[in-house]
Design a protein. Structure first.
Length: 396
């Protein structure tokens, strides 16, 4: 039988009770924040640097004394780019680790699955997911999204495609909430701009070949294709399109056309592939800080999660207490246009401690949000693959 606490204290000469009291006190003094990112699965290339960027902020803040005199503890879980795994991990973070915020969910399906757990437990959720339905959930203000929604992404992408001469665009899409919302918005934007979406073929990501889907979409005789895929799927699609002899325009999302994909395929297979992605603020000191942690070309998600943790800590300091409701109430106030402009979390913490207002703008750009939690705007970058290398076409 396991000894009771008093019996253990007696066996240890009375030392156990003070030890437990100190441990409890230390735990109470730690502000626990969770990260829920894809360390494995289709988004596995992005999770590790996203967490690395967040840890860099926590290390900097802890070295400067923490927030409200308390150290920050970052607890990281892998959502496996899978909703079921994401829910299990979120339950652990919320029920066991007792975090005040969950940061960094990537796949829209994962975010949609874990969001109710967060708002029901009054835990803030910061996400880089783009699916429109996420911020339309009844989340009561407990979701902040730094990734532009599909409306904003579609407006920019379709304008670029039309500018390149695309008029009849067909789609090969993964079966995800974000893919659905992107296609629905593209339909409207293409029509408004004088083009048309001629069809959307959904593929089964578990298959090892998408040749039947490729043949199906090519029967629509498009002059351009939009490949709405994750990186592993895009690799297969590009091979099958090359084998089918398709030589028209191909557009995709930046998170799919990454360096790993380009390196895995012959140069002739990826030649001319155009991708787009929300762009970090390349001139921001915060972006340069992320570069020192991640490397010369940090992805947008690492920059956004750098801002997730920064906003969380600044909101806690602004509120004067560490809780989900406190972050909920204060997070928009740390981007007060009337406040002192800051890009450094430690600089912001000093100003807040002095009773001053701040206007935080981070590695991903201005951190301004609509009432339902959507980012109000950001820059986009368009890249093209030439001779096995990704090159910037446009930044706007």
């Amino acid at each position: 039988m396991t000894p009771s606490i008093p019996r253990r204290a007696a066996l240890l000469g009375g030392l156990a009770v003070p030890f437990l009291a100190n441990a409890t006190h230390a735990q109470a003094e730690t502000i626990r924040i969770g990260t829920l990112t894809p360390q494995t699965g289709a988004g596995g290339a992005y999770g590790p640097p996203m967490v690395k960027a967040m840890r860099a902020v926590v290390d900097e803040v802890n070295a400067a004394g923490g927030v409200l005199g308390r150290k920050i503890e970052l607890i990281s879980e892998d959502d496996e780019t899978n909703p079921d795994a994401g829910v299990r991990a979120a339950r652990k973070l919320i029920d066991v680790n007792r975090v005040v915020a969950v940061l960094g969910t990537w796949a829209s399906a994962v975010t949609t699955a874990v969001a109710p757990l967060c708002w029901e437990n009054k835990v803030m959720l910061f996400t880089v997911s783009g699916g429109d339905g996420i911020t339309r959930l009844p989340h009561q203000g407990y979701i902040i999204r730094t990734q532009p929604d599909s409306n904003l992404q579609s407006d920019r992408a379709v304008a670029f495609m039309l500018g390149q001469g695309a008029r009849k665009v067909a789609y090969l899409s993964a079966q995800t909430p974000f893919a659905v919302s992107i296609y629905e918005r593209h339909l409207q934007d293409l029509k408004a701009g004088g083009g048309q979406a001629v069809g959307n073929v959904i593929y089964d990501a578990s298959k090892t070949s998408f040749r039947s889907e490729v043949d199906q979409v090519l029967k629509l005789q498009p002059d351009s294709l939009f490949l709405n895929s994750y990186q592993p799927d895009l690799l297969v699609l590009l091979r099958d399109l090359f084998r089918a002899g398709y030589d028209g325009r191909r557009y995709t999302l930046g998170y799919a056309a990454n360096d790993k994909l380009i390196a895995a395929l012959p140069a002739e297979v990826t030649e001319g592939l155009v991708s787009y992605a929300p762009s970090p603020d390349l001139d921001s000191p915060a972006f340069k800080q992320v570069q020192t942690v991640i490397g010369a070309n940090p992805d947008p998600y690492s920059c956004q999660t750098f801002d997730h943790i920064s906003m969380t800590l600044l909101a806690i300091a602004k509120a004067g207490t560490a809780s989900g409701p406190a972050i909920h109430d204060a997070v928009r106030a740390i981007g007060n246009p009337a406040g002192t402009p800051v890009t450094s979390v430690t600089e912001g913490l000093k100003l807040l401690a002095a009773g001053k207002e701040i206007n935080y703008s981070g590695a991903s750009g201005p951190c301004k949000f609509t009432p339902i939690g959507d980012i109000t705007g950001c820059k986009f970058r368009f890249d093209v693959v030439q001779k096995g290398q990704s090159k910037l076409l446009q930044l706007s």
